[in-house]
Design a binder for this molecule. Sequence first.
Ligand SMILES: Nc1ncnc2c1ncn2[C@@H]1O[C@H](COP(=O)(O)OP(=O)(O)O)[C@@H](O)[C@H]1O
Ligand SMILES: [Mg+2]
Length: 315
Amino acid sequence: MQILPSERSPASFGRVAVLMGGNSSERPVSLNSGKAVLAALQRAGVDAFGIDLYGDDGSANPMAQLQAQPIDIAFIALHGPGGEDGTIQGALEMLQIPYTGSGVMASALGMDKMRCKQLWSSLQLPSPPYRLLSSSSNWDAIAKALPLPAMVKPAHEGSSIGMVRVETPEQLASAYDSASGYDSCVFAERWIQGREYTVAILDNQALPVIRLETPHQFYDYDAKYLANDTRYDFDTLLDETQTEEIKSLALKAFSAVGCRGWGRVDLMQDAEGQFWLLEVNTSPGMTDHSLVPMAAREAGLSFEQLVVKILASVG
Ligand SMILES: Nc1ncnc2c1ncn2[C@@H]1O[C@H](COP(=O)(O)OP(=O)(O)O)[C@@H](O)[C@H]1O
Ligand SMILES: [Mg+2]
């Protein structure tokens, strides 16, 4: 698939504010994304500047920062609650500042892994069976229903934060305890044993599929940001039909949530070859070694071309 770089002149975007930082647990990742995006936009000749919404000590006022100077477009390089969940998108709507990526509703929904699963299953889009957990859950019954092993997840976190693989009802209970420290909504999802994939989406097209491989039990925080033994492979071990299937599933999942512009869908494939949707990311990592830039590069787009294309997709 050939994706042409945007032909728009860099000056035509006007003053572009790259929003970064935020106050979610993904703040450090967002600062890295934001700095990389800002540098790339500037290299591409766009009149861009950065805004760290809360500042290093958390004391800056995000709304005041957004109104302190004229902004023609906001490039959202925020991850997690506050920046990826419709909150900042709503603020930008109020201020009539166009912004990159998904709107208020899709951002809010995309941030909620469990509600995405409910939506997808209503459309017959496969996502692993799950159970909502609470302090009064019957752990034995849940263990039997799923069945175990399972992954316990806070519904609104990212970067694998608070996630634990469990094999026994006792582990289920203690994983719930730790995950509920991150989120009031925690669920357990059937463990999928198999390969892991991610599909980046840009302008309603799927970019080349990436297969992820880690010696860790799963693609956890360490494997994502610290380890050097995580493998990202364009040799997906999928034939042409399966490649079309996974891309089409990712695009359907993306549009079911109402996403626009760009994003990324995470999936797994079990031993029988069945694909399972894990989640959609409406504001994924954007450092130059993040997954979307990696997929874009494989499609022939440099990091600079990618960020300009994301800007150009703002309606
Ligand atoms: N049901 C599952 N079975 C096996 N591994 C899983 C399952 N759900 C998640 N994982 C692993 O955990 C990682 C993070 O899960 P994900 O749902 O993508 O959340 P996030 O990336 O937002 O933290 C995945 O990349 C995958 O390695
Ligand atoms: Mg993920």
